[in-house]
Design a protein around this ligand. Structure first.
Ligand code: HEC
Ligand code: HEC
Length: 278
């Protein structure tokens, strides 16, 4: 959703923050970690980057855009949230409501469905993963994405947009078992290159998340949720967020970096502070 500048107080908070920056003459200012406003609020100048498409899309942009639709298509595409539970969602499974329309809900953040992180727990559906799509021509996947298991109308996800998802499935999936321990759900120590991960974080992510990852907090009051918190608890989800960006938020993605670089980034961010008082 675009923020037209009518919401208060979030914008005022931002104005105050910018004023602080200006009067500090560019010196580093210790800005309090602010509990951020809805990630779906961003300025009109960011509407195109967050929800639109470039005139000549690169493969990297397409993979990230497809990955964001896989994560949450209505936030990615700025559409209405679907009403009610997805009729294709198994009645025996535990989730309900709009979330059951997300690809990740049935196929997992790790693309392994019932063989992966969702093999047990409240997200279990018994549905297989999407790894079988790897390497297939994207056009060949379109029939599956429009079959009875996938009751998405073109008003929800247009063909052109669904094709981005197909490209993502064909060329953008990574087997996370190489760097996540599936018993503990933690990043495996020694995966990737910590020093390289730190370099990427400090030069890109820190612009918004701060050097220690605590400048943005999307937790509930009294329950902080920083980059470090989430990387330690939900690395499979975070790998999607860093590869494709958080749908609807004005966040960059790391598709132009290699898979090895993204794993190195995971290694580093899993060491960032996860609470306020560390
Ligand atoms: C409500 C649950 C559900 C949701 C949400 C869902 N799918 Fe599926 N998907 C299924 C089921 C069921 C199958 C068939 C699995 C089987 O053949 O055992 C399937 C099959 C697939 C397959 C074929 C897998 C294979 O190897 O045969 C792909 C690819 C796929 N889905 C992609 C997606 C994408 C992309 C989205 C989001 C746009 C999505 N799915 C959303 C339930 C879901
Ligand atoms: C241009 C600003 C910007 C940059 C750069 C940026 N992010 Fe974000 N990021 C955001 C915003 C905005 C959110 C949404 C926060 C919220 O939900 O309140 C977000 C959310 C996240 C989330 C949480 C997603 C969730 O599940 O809710 C993670 C994890 C994350 N960013 C990691 C990173 C990493 C790692 C990098 C560097 C590769 C990065 N971000 C770069 C702005 C940015």
């Amino acid at each position: 959703m675009m923020n037209l500048g009518l919401k208060w107080p979030p914008n005022l908070a931002r104005v105050v923050t910018s004023v602080l920056f200006v009067v500090s003459f560019g010196l580093p200012v210790a800005v309090e970690a602010q509990v951020s406003v809805s990630p779906q609020e961003h300025g009109p100048q960011q509407q195109e980057f967050v929800h639109g498409a470039p005139q000549v899309p690169s493969l990297e942009w397409t993979l990230a855009a497809g990955g964001r639709i896989y994560d949450n298509w209505w936030e990615a595409l700025d559409r209405d949230e679907p009403e009610g539970t997805n009729p294709a969602y198994p009645a025996s499974a535990k989730q309900e409501g709009a979330g059951t329309w997300r690809c990740k809900e049935c196929h997992g953040w790790d693309y392994l469905g019932a063989e992966g992180i969702y093999r047990k727990g409240s997200h279990f559906t018994g549905i297989k993963g999407v790894m079988g799509a790897r390497g297939l021509p994207p056009e060949a996947l379109m029939a599956t994405l429009r079959d009875a298991n996938h009751p998405y109308t073109p008003e929800m996800i247009a063909d052109e947009e669904m094709l981005r998802v197909a490209v993502f499935l064909s060329q953008g999936l990574v087997d996370m078992r190489s760097f996540i321990n599936y018993e503990t759900r933690k990043v495996i120590a020694g995966s990737g290159d910590f020093t390289r991960g730190r370099a990427i974080f400090q030069t890109t992510c820190a612009a918004c998340h701060g050097f220690d990852g605590r400048a943005l907090d999307w937790g509930a009051p009294g329950e902080h949720n920083y980059v470090g918190t989430e990387a330690q608890e939900l690395p499979d989800e975070v790998f999607n967020k860093i590869s494709n960006a958080h749908p609807g938020a004005a966040m960059i993605n790391t598709r132009a970096f290699s898979v090895e670089d993204r794993v190195s980034l995971m290694n580093y961010i899993a060491t960032l502070p996860d609470t306020i008082d560390e």
